[in-house]
Design a protein around this ligand. Structure first.
Ligand SMILES: [Zn+2]
Length: 518
């Protein structure tokens, strides 16, 4: 305790004397604030009941350093041994520093915070320090160099060349900085944050800009020159029809930007020639609902209907950064569900790539159509042992679970548990829902093999999963994540942001991290 205490006081002095522009925040535990040794960094304040009360009320407070007279933010966390406290501490520090419109900050983390949790704290700070903005703010942050002390390198939206950070420069340090920042687990948390940020930056681009063309371009730029990428394919427009991917084609055929199936084969374990897992994302770049047009109040956020594809994109970003040693197919089913004379019609009967005939009861149940053909294509071409699909698929899952949990469906108990537990490691929550026979029966059409909707308000998320299940090949372990609520909450709790929040990226990346070849 003694060594730590003096280190903290010395570090504050050292940072403050280094630059007049840097603002210091310290993250310390409740115990530390109470201890007599707090005098070394809080000065006379350590005796103040009011100050401690303030900290207890809002978990943070500003004070002026007794010697330098410069302000310091104190963030108090309950327990340095708890992961969730480290996460809260990072978010709280970022929020308060952002509120003061500061540009250069140095966050000093107490040694009482377990060193293996510093990554979580940094991840949380990074993701809280985010804004997606087209505001023509005159205060330019372009060209600024990051201060690197084993911390964040500044990041730009690769397409817009636009910073999405509120605080331009952040340094984090702890007493054990050297070891912490060399720990691969720290690299994981930073890569996860950067992957989720990439996901957010793409997901929040609006519908007329982020078309299937745009998404293809994003994927191309991301994988350009990367040695792990063994195979990259784009099947689009008429080529989809030639391969009998009529469901995916039908959804997107009336849009000006052609629908497409994109696959990226990430070959991280060249010793093996099989594909360990495929992540398949629904990427409806804008969902008008088609001829079953969505009403006002329901259509506005539909640029986020590409959320699943964006989560997969974020995981690809992370896998490339970490050099994950696993063979993974990242797949994107992209289409704009639009309207013109070529739109697919209610009650059309289409033949899927798998051969099943499908009746279109509702043109707004398009996500399952896209995924169905994607499943077949990925299976035929790559034969992955496991599939995880992510989709902002149903409003029904939001009715059932709200915005905090995503719905999880699976044909394999162990795989379902593994993904659920993987989510817990990275603060993403899943709740398994059933695929009852009742739902399966509702996917049977009187005229075709299957129907994409059933006119009842009940258990819509399970029905969608029952439809998808028909397209999962025998022996393939499958998890379907319905992230319609979790991907975008209207009252986000930091480190989540408003709009598309990147949900899913962390789980996928953690899964790869846990399973990669040693
Ligand atoms: Zn829809």
């Amino acid at each position: 305790m003694q060594a730590q205490t003096y280190w903290l006081a010395d570090k504050i002095r050292q940072v403050q004397s280094g630059s007049p522009d840097v603002t210091v925040a310290i993250i310390i535990t409740k115990e530390q604030v109470k201890s007599a040794s707090a005098e070394s960094f809080l000065g006379h304040l350590y005796k103040s009941k009011d100050f401690r009360q303030d900290l207890n009320l809002s978990s943070s407070a500003w004070f002026y350093h007794p010697e330098t007279l410069r302000r310091i933010l104190v963030v108090q966390i309950n327990d340095g041994k708890e992961k969730k406290d480290a996460r809260q501490g990072g978010a709280k520090a970022a929020q308060d520093l952002m509120a003061c419109k500061l540009d250069i900050c140095h966050v000093i983390v107490s040694d009482e915070v377990k060193s293996e949790h510093i990554g979580i704290l940094a991840n949380s700070f990074y993701l809280t320090n985010f804004e997606f903005s087209y505001k023509t703010d005159p205060k330019s942050r372009f060209g600024a160099e990051a201060i690197a002390e084993g911390v964040f390198e500044e990041d730009k939206d690769p397409r817009k060349e636009k910073f999405t950070k509120k605080i331009a420069h952040v340094v984090i340090s702890t007493m054990d900085s050297e070891n912490v920042f060399c720990d691969p687990k720290y690299a994981f948390w930073i890569a996860a944050a950067r992957g989720a940020e990439f996901c957010r930056n793409v997901a929040n681009v609006r519908g007329s800009t982020a078309t299937p063309d745009y998404m293809e371009e994003v994927v191309r730029k991301l994988i350009e020159g990367k040695p792990q990428i063994k195979d990259f394919r784009v099947v689009k427009g008429q080529q989809l029809v030639d391969l009998n991917m009529n469901l995916l084609h039908a959804v997107g055929k009336s849009a000006t930007s052609e629908p497409r199936c994109i696959t990226v084969y990430y070959n991280g374990n060249p010793d093996k020639d099989t594909v360990d897992v495929s992540f398949i994302g629904k990427g409806v770049t804008f969902d008008t609902g088609g001829l079953h047009l969505k009403p006002s109040g329901g259509i506005e956020l539909m640029y986020l209907d590409k959320g699943g594809a964006c989560s997969v994109l974020g995981a690809l970003h992370g896998a490339l950064e970490l050099g994950i040693k696993l063979n993974v197919v990242f797949a994107f089913g992209l289409a704009e569900n639009s309207i013109d004379g070529a739109s697919y019609k209610p009650m059309d009967i289409l033949t899927s790539m798998k051969g099943y005939t499908v009746e279109i009861d509702n043109t707004d149940c398009e996500g399952r159509l896209i995924l169905a053909d994607m499943f077949t294509y990925v299976h035929k071409e790559f034969k992955p042992a496991k599939i995880v699909d992510l989709a902002t698929l149903t409003g029904a899952v939001v009715m059932a679970l709200g915005m905090e949990y995503a719905g999880l469906f699976s044909n394999d108990d162990d795989f379902a548990n593994e993904i659920t537990q993987t989510g817990q490691q990275v603060f993403e929550k899943y709740w398994r829902l059933p695929i009852p026979d009742e739902s399966r029966e509702q996917t049977i059409s009187p005229t075709a093999d299957l129907v994409n909707s059933f006119r009842t308000p009940f258990a819509g998320a399970s029905r969608a999963a029952a439809f998808l299940e028909k397209f999962v090949e025998k022996g393939v372990k499958w998890v379907h994540l319905d992230i319609a609520g979790a991907f975008g909450g209207d009252r986000p709790k930091p480190p989540n942001c408003a709009g598309g929040n990147g949900f899913g990226t962390h789980t996928l990346l953690q899964y790869l991290w846990n399973n990669q070849a040693q």
